[in-house]
Ligand binder design. Structure first.
Ligand SMILES: Nc1ncnc2c1ncn2[C@@H]1O[C@H](COP(=O)(O)OP(=O)(O)OP(=O)(O)O)[C@@H](O)[C@H]1O
Ligand SMILES: [Mg+2]
Length: 233
């Protein structure tokens, strides 16, 4: 479970202070699929970075599966990111000198999993995202949609409890965005992980179980249907 309690994040730029998140509180249930929408600069990436332990709040608490990230040690945060978290970025972030299969194996290697087992698990994930026929391709030999599907396989291969995605269809044409969206739908249907996706796309937002909207760092109250229950954020 992900819990934010009165979270505020302020960035100081010289004389100017930007209130990127303003007293945000919410709870995301295990295996829930949540879409985060809002205008450019509304605090979406900041929100994701705080859940990912990549940034810390100035006030409030961010608790993921019982770990309070704002007071966790560097060692605990590294462990959290390596084991409990998968992240998909807008620009894919695949390593260009590795082929697809090797890219997907990277999170497992971090955990000291042997090459043979890592490749078995990586191939399962490539199959899940429909990329089993591309495992020997290097990044420059892939389409944008294929890059993003490989990046999703890599983010999922170590079975994270939480998958965060920041504008995962932002650089894709409609056909490729549709394929990526189907994969997220499948991840949600099979309840593989908690899914938090930042998006400008209405299609993605409508696919999610719940949509939360940020406006100038403030979380707008909305009611949505989540996992068969009605929930208020
Ligand atoms: N490291 C930083 N230093 C200073 N200001 C920052 C920093 N990161 C973000 N901001 C500011 O905080 C606000 C929220 O930024 P954030 O990246 O969360 O927005 P966003 O909703 O993800 O926008 P976009 O849709 O354009 O990606 C913006 O006004 C931004 O300029
Ligand atoms: Mg952003």
């Amino acid at each position: 479970m992900i819990e934010l309690k009165n979270v505020t994040r302020r960035y100081q730029q010289g004389e100017n202070a930007v209130l990127a998140l303003d007293n945000v509180s919410l709870r995301i249930e295990p295996e829930e699929f949540v879409a985060v929408t809002g205008e450019s600069g509304s605090g979406k990436s900041t929100f994701l970075h705080l859940i990912g332990g990549l940034d810390k709040p100035d006030a409030g608490e961010v608790v993921v599966n019982g770990l309070a990230l704002q007071i966790a040690s560097d060692k605990e945060l590294t462990e959290y990111r390596a084991r409990a978290l998968g992240i998909v970025f807008q620009f894919f972030n695949l390593l260009p000198t590795l082929n697809v299969l090797e890219n997907v194996c990277v999170p497992l290697e971090f955990q000291g999993i042997q090459f043979r087992e890592a490749t078995v698990r990586a191939r399962q994930m490539l199959h899940l995202v429909g990329m089993e026929k591309r495992e020997h391709h290097f990044v420059h030999q892939l389409s944008g949609g294929e890059m993003q599907r490989a990046a999703i396989a890599r983010a999922l291969v170590h079975r994270p409890k939480v998958l965060l995605a920041d504008e995962p269809t932002g650089n894709l044409d409609a056909a490729n965005a549709e394929k990526v969206l189907e994969i997220f739908q499948r991840i949600a249907d099979e309840r593989l992980t908690t899914l938090v996706v930042v998006t400008h796309s209405t299609e993605v937002a409508e696919t999610a179980e719940r949509r939360i909207h940020l406006r100038n760092g403030i979380l707008e109250k909305r009611v949505g249907v989540s996992a068969g229950r009605r929930v208020t954020v």
